[in-house]
Write a protein that binds this ligand. Structure first.
Ligand code: NAP
Length: 252
């Protein structure tokens, strides 16, 4: 693609990978980029360079935004569970025939010693909590905690960055904090709070992996919510270097 000016890139962000990409792009004057954040957390870590916050108004809104801002390429570096925005990105990119690349983090995979109970969504996770798990560490973010609200046979330590959406289990305590966490502190937390099961999304990446390692070392089951499936035709890479190589291959 021949472009006689800086290449305008929209990065759909909100992840550490998107911040790493922004840091790399901000040192490269071939690119004029903006990172878009959903606005899910009250005090977001802002990436280097220009950013904007808040929804676009569905696929149509994003389609209009791409046109109004004359975007040449889009990188979807959103959280692996943020499938609505990823689908909207695909629709809007197809509309304008703008190249779109997904930047995903590698999912965690089961290792020897892991006691994973793999489920497809939060409702299934709630149903899969073992009957003898009296104290559960719930680490699925602040949305979807309502799926656990009907359970009164377990106590939940609900960990999220911001307070979870209302409708919570009767027996719970909130732990509002932001990662990264290390293995020693996760083991200490699980021991001190008597945790006997962990619920997690398979977000992947290093920022929150310590809880998975800690559960393995303590012999605690992890109810692991699988990622939403990515359409087979979607182009996805796993490193920022690969995104930069892709931009190079397109724009030289
Ligand atoms: P989503 O369900 O894919 O998106 C819902 C709406 O949020 C989108 O339709 C869009 O609104 C807006 N949106 C999402 N990402 C955006 C971005 N980067 N820039 C501008 N608007 C954006 O995503 P989600 O509600 O954020 O999260 C869904 C799942 O991902 C949850 O399980 C959550 O725990 C997990 N998660 C997400 C993030 C994140 O940063 N997004 C971080 C951690 C975890 P419009 O339709 O109005 O454009």
């Amino acid at each position: 693609m021949d472009i006689d000016q800086a290449v305008r890139v929209l990065v759909l962000g909100g992840t550490s990978e998107s911040r790493e990409l922004a840091a790399r792009l901000s040192g490269d004057d071939r690119f004029d980029f903006v990172t878009s954040l959903a606005g899910r957390v009250r005090d977001p870590i802002l990436p280097l360079g220009t950013s904007r916050v808040g929804g676009f108004g569905g696929a149509d809104g994003l389609t209009r935004w791409l046109h109004d801002h004359e975007i040449h390429a889009m990188v979807d570096a959103t959280h692996p569970f943020a499938s609505t925005i990823s689908n909207n990105a695909a629709i809007a990119a197809a509309h304008h025939r703008i190249p779109l690349l997904g930047l995903h983090r590698t999912p965690w995979s089961r290792r020897p010693g892991d006691q994973w109970i793999e489920v497809s969504n939060s409702s299934e996770a709630a149903a899969a909590i073992p009957a003898d798990a009296g104290r559960v560490l719930l680490t699925i973010g602040r949305q979807e905690v309502a799926a656990f609200a009907a359970i009164d046979s377990s106590w939940f330590l609900i960990r999220s960055i911001d307070p979870p959406d209302p409708v919570l289990p009767i027996n719970h305590e909130l732990l509002l904090t932001r990662g990264p966490f290390d293995i020693a502190s996760e083991i200490e937390l699980m021991r001190r709070r008597g945790i006997d099961a962990v619920v997690s999304k398979n977000s992947g990446g290093v920022m929150t992996e310590a809880k998975i390692t800690a559960a393995r070392e303590l012999g605690i089951p992890v109810i692991m919510v699988a990622r939403p499936t990515v359409p087979p035709d979607r182009r996805v890479v796993y490193t920022v270097d690969d995104v930069l190589a892709w931009l190079d291959s397109l724009f030289g």
